[in-house]
Design a protein around this ligand. Structure first.
Ligand SMILES: [Zn+2]
Length: 644
């Protein structure tokens, strides 16, 4: 059943929060350099336990995190960290360069700026800050921007410190230790929060793009994957607000909004079904039973794996739920899947329900026995939860909470996002009263005069910026927009100022070629700006040909062929002499004598193809073409001569 009404923009409110790293020399509250650190000089551990006062009045998210027993390990590097990131020393004064930039952007977005700026602490419970809080400064409020003739309100603009970078997020983490690298912790970030928008996903994308371009026009923000992250708050028909965190690519935004629109509408349909069945909200859950001994007899590999450690299997019954856990109002939207995600957030993958059994090596016979052990009736469903003994009870109570909330449809929660726009549960939504003043840093006073000075730095409108790039580099608008929107704009300017390589050519390599390689599944973030610069420098010195650049890029991404120099050596024109090229062309002409005598100069295309198949990447195509024309002309004239 597909209900396109779910995508009607009037039904949704979408709030955007844009986080962009600033391209500052130093971190926000210390003098550490901003650099990625892959090597780590020392590590230390903390155990997560939010204190009572920090948890506020029953903050769902804090309680949720505290139920999971978590140790956090931090990786620290001398090149990007000092004692401030480890919370061993108090912070220093606010980075003035970063503050000026955020003030300037606040002015550009017509915000009201307070006379006094105060550093606040925002509680963070997931271990991503060593202090347990994130420092943030509210700089501007109540601004706006106009996009496609529609005015969009800006709620607030803050200057914040970035959190630590999680290292083991994707792995199935059996031993519940989270690992964070501290290189990113403390990088200045601007956070721009917009008023909720009721408009199409495309419009929301345009808003994000407009703000991204304004930020880039300052030339003082970081670029590249992870340097801009959007949090998207989505609610349907005034229902609960779902927060999707960490949307890194503009192209994901519309996908996320569409997916959530369907998911939330689907959850409302599931709630309606629960009501239609007249299921009693207070007593649907029944018969919680330890079925470990029975499950130990199963031959299912998954079950055996789950039971290999100190683990248990618990089962419980959902009265009158038969068929509801796999009821699928939209493809992939099921209550059973929502429950699986909640269990997974505890690191427990072992959850099975009767709607999907027999499966996973659990036989029909076993399902029958379980039904009788759990005393289920024809209309009931059951759920099995298998995992570490210390966690199973917490997970069951969390699952029963989640099922209870399914009666009212959408649940307020924080979700993460995949590249295809599909969102995944990560935790309940934190409450709002999580701020308190930072006592280690004095407030900053802002006077009118300073603001007047800063307003002179407001970046010019996007169109003018692009016009100027077109003029400066003699390129068309599309190329100018592509390079300016990419993470390589400063690299591009750098290459142009140090080489005589054609700007359009550089842009086509840095945008089209890299985008196409990324679409093929390569992780282009491993290509450093230094490597890319080096390639164009080698081209300038005629050490490599134009054609070889794409091939070298692909080799680098495939991580084969060794270092960049080794790859260049195997592809470079060094080693291929003029005589070699002449020899190869001569040989190809000789091999294709018949075709040449029939087609004359029209055989150029075919011969060029043969030459390139041998010399591609080693010698510039234009050069081969020239030589081939000369040789072929000589050959044809020679054969004419011999016929006479
Ligand atoms: Zn530091």
């Amino acid at each position: 059943m597909v209900n396109n009404d779910a995508l009607n923009p009037d039904k949704h409110k979408v709030g955007l929060e844009i986080h962009q790293q600033l391209d500052s020399k130093n971190k926000l509250f210390c003098n550490c350099k901003i650099t990625d650190s892959t090597k780590h000089d020392f590590t230390f551990k903390r155990i997560l336990h939010p204190t009572q006062s920090e948890m506020g009045s029953y903050d769902q998210a804090a309680i949720f995190e505290s139920k999971k027993i978590r140790t956090v390990k931090y990786l620290s590097s001398r090149t990007s960290n000092c004692l401030i990131e480890s919370d061993e020393e108090p912070p220093e004064l606010v980075n003035a360069e970063a503050l000026e930039l955020v003030l300037t952007i606040s002015l550009a977005l017509h915000c009201t700026i307070e006379d006094e700026l105060h550093v606040m602490r925002k509680i963070v419970i997931d271990g991503s800050n060593t202090t347990g809080f994130q420092r943030t400064i509210l700089v501007g409020r109540n601004g706006y921007l106009d996009v496609d003739g529609v005015r969009v309100g800006i709620q607030s603009i803050c200057l914040e410190e970035d959190a630590a970078r999680i290292v083991n997020e994707d792995k199935d983490n059996e031993n519940d230790t989270k690992i964070f690298a501290l290189d990113r912790l403390g990088i200045p970030l601007i956070e721009i929060a917009l008023d909720p928008i009721s408009n199409t996903p495309l419009f929301v994308t345009n808003v994000a793009q407009t703000i991204g371009r304004l930020l880039r026009a300052t030339k003082k923000v970081a670029r590249g994957l992870g340097s801009i992250r959007q949090d998207v708050n989505i609610s349907t028909n005034g229902g609960a607000v779902v927060e999707v965190k960490g949307v890194q690519q503009l192209s994901q935004l519309a996908l996320v909004i569409e997916y959530e629109a369907k998911r939330q509408d689907g959850l409302n349909q599931i709630a309606k079904e629960l009501k239609d069945r007249k299921i009693d909200e207070s007593k649907f859950l029944d018969s919680i039973t330890d079925v470990t001994d029975f499950m130990k007899l199963s031959t299912s590999k998954i079950v055996k794996k789950i039971l290999s450690g100190d683990s248990r299997f618990m089962g419980f019954v959902l009265r009158d739920f038969s068929g509801l856990l796999s009821f699928e109002p939209y493809p992939g939207i099921r209550l059973g899947k929502e429950l699986g995600e909640v269990a997974k957030s505890y690191g427990i993958g072992g959850i099975f329900h009767s709607d999907e059994l027999p499966n996973y090596g659990i036989t029909a016979e076993e399902v029958k026995s379980l039904s009788s052990i759990l005393k289920i009736n024809k209309n009931d469903a059951f759920v099995l939860v298998g995992g570490p003994s210390v966690l199973v009870n917490s997970v069951i109570s969390e699952l029963s909470n989640r099922i209870r909330r399914a009666f009212s449809g959408v649940v307020a929660e924080t979700r993460s996002v995949r590249l295809d726009g599909v969102t995944v549960f990560s935790r309940p939504r934190p409450g709002s009263s999580r701020m308190y003043p930072e006592t280690d840093i004095p407030y900053i006073s802002i006077n009118e005069h300073r603001l007047e000075e800063l307003s002179k730095n407001i970046p010019r409108p996007w169109n003018e910026v692009i016009d100027q790039i077109c003029k400066k580099y003699l390129i068309n608008r599309t190329l100018a927009e592509n390079i300016f929107d990419s993470q390589y704009f400063s690299l591009f300017e750098n290459i142009v100022s140090h080489t005589s390589v054609n700007p359009s050519f550089i842009i086509s390599k840095l945008t089209e070629d890299l985008v196409s390689l990324e679409r093929q599944g390569y992780d282009i973030s491993i290509l450093t700006h230094n490597n890319l610069f080096y390639l164009f420098e080698q081209l300038e010195k005629s050490k490599i040909s134009k054609e070889s650049i794409s091939i070298i890029l692909e080799k680098l991404l495939r991580k084969e062929g060794g270092s960049i120099d080794e790859i260049i050596r195997s592809f470079g024109s060094e080693g291929v002499t003029e005589e070699d090229i002449d020899g190869i062309i001569q040989k190809i002409i000789a091999e294709n004598e018949n075709i040449i005598s029939q087609k004359g100069m029209d055989s150029m295309g075919l011969l060029m193809g043969r030459c390139m198949s041998i010399l591609r990447g080693k010698v510039d195509g234009e050069k081969i073409n020239k030589k081939l024309v000369t040789k072929l002309t000589e050959h044809l004239e020679g054969s004419k001569g011999s016929k006479m």
